[in-house]
Design a protein around this ligand. Structure first.
Ligand code: KG4
Ligand code: ZN
Length: 335
């Protein structure tokens, strides 16, 4: 069979990224231009600035990636692009670039859901094996998803309120940590002790999650200590928070593997970079003979390699978009 080269474009938040992936698993070349330092000045992503910066960089990032791959647009089989979820102004920049390339070079246009991308980040370093359970943990998602085959996603549980990354970012704000908060809470957690009493989030028989309670508990605790004129020990609060969150994520994940008799676990999304979560899952999976896949750190955060990898399987399945493709900020992967 002829090799299939997908050029993927990702611009849903604050990374402009383009990647070329061969046959859904071989990364040929990738460029990631992150706007993180700019948004850090404002304590979080400013949507207007994000879209303007995507506009300024998108053509450079496309050119740079083709150059690194030593390829021309004529060598590309299809263009895959994130259509949602994400910031509408940011998504539109990637989508317009993808549509322009598809139109000018007569290439198929393949729409990719951002979370399908995070899941397929796991196909780059090892091939995904089925059936598998995916623990999806990002800034906007916390879900347990079963995949029996490529590009088939069945959600068995999800968050009822805040996503886990969102809870991390809010706790970081309470602790006055600079943006991006999640990785900083993770770092502090590793030098602190679990001394604060915080509730375990939604410890029930379902596969759902709820992080708003623990988030409020952290806010209230911080407030009470401030009122008493006491300082919160940031490292210890980060450690206590992280332990409770990781505990419930791991507990429900391991129970789902057991109940559905699945031996393959993959972890997807920005919070897959969390050291506490990685360590606990590695230990539990080793003890229970589960094949665990967690992407290397560079594939956990937003990148186009994952979009091009997912784009290959969407292309094979026959997913196509027309030149009327629009951004879907609230796009759902599972109905
Ligand atoms: O997947 P992602 O890059 O963006 C979305 O698709 O949402 O995830 C970003 C989220 C942010 O909430 C960020 O704070 C969190 O992932 N994150 C972490 C870590 N690295 C990134 N949270 C906890 N520990 C980390 N090491
Ligand atoms: Zn993401």
């Amino acid at each position: 069979m002829e090799d299939i080269y997908i050029l993927g474009i990702e611009s849903s938040c604050d990374e402009t990224s383009v990647s070329i992936v061969k046959n859904g698993c071989v990364e040929v070349a990738t460029t990631v231009f992150t706007q993180m330092d700019t948004h850090a000045l404002y304590g979080g992503v400013v949507p207007e600035i994000a879209s303007r910066m995507h506009v300024e960089s998108i053509t450079l990032v496309i050119d740079e990636t083709l150059k690194k791959a030593n390829m021309k647009m004529e060598d590309i089989t299809a263009i895959a692009v994130t259509y949602g979820p994400g910031l509408v102004g940011s998504l539109l920049v990637g989508i317009e670039a993808a549509k322009t390339l598809a139109f000018v070079y007569h290439k198929p246009l393949v729409p990719v859901h951002h979370i399908a991308g995070h899941i397929y980040a796991n196909n780059i370093e090892h091939k995904m094996e089925f059936p598998l359970l995916a623990l999806v943990v990002s800034g906007g998602h916390t879900e347990l998803v079963i995949m029996k085959n490529h590009y088939s996603f069945v959600k068995i549980g999800g968050t009822l309120d805040d996503a886990v990354g969102e809870a991390y970012d809010k706790v970081a704000r309470v602790l006055s940590l600079p943006y991006p908060g999640g990785p900083r809470v993770d770092k502090l957690a590793h030098i602190g002790n679990d001394t604060y009493s915080l509730p375990i989030p939604l410890d029930d028989d379902s596969y759902n999650f709820s992080f708003s309670g623990i988030k409020s508990a952290v806010i209230n605790l911080n407030h009470k200590l401030e009122q008493k004129g006491e300082n919160v020990i940031k490292e210890d609060l980060a450690c206590s928070f992280q332990n409770r969150v990781v505990e419930i994520l791991v507990k429900k994940t391991m129970r789902a593997l057991d109940e559905y008799n699945i031996n393959n676990l993959i972890v997807a999304g920005g919070v897959a970079a969390n050291k506490g979560l990685r360590e606990r899952l590695e230990k539990e999976c080793k003890e229970n003979n589960i094949n665990l896949s967690i992407p290397s750190l560079k594939y956990c955060t937003d990148n186009a390699t994952m979009i091009a990898a997912a784009g290959y399987f969407a292309y094979i399945k026959g997913d196509r978009a027309g030149l009327d493709l629009n951004a879907k900020p609230g796009a759902k992967l599972y109905e």
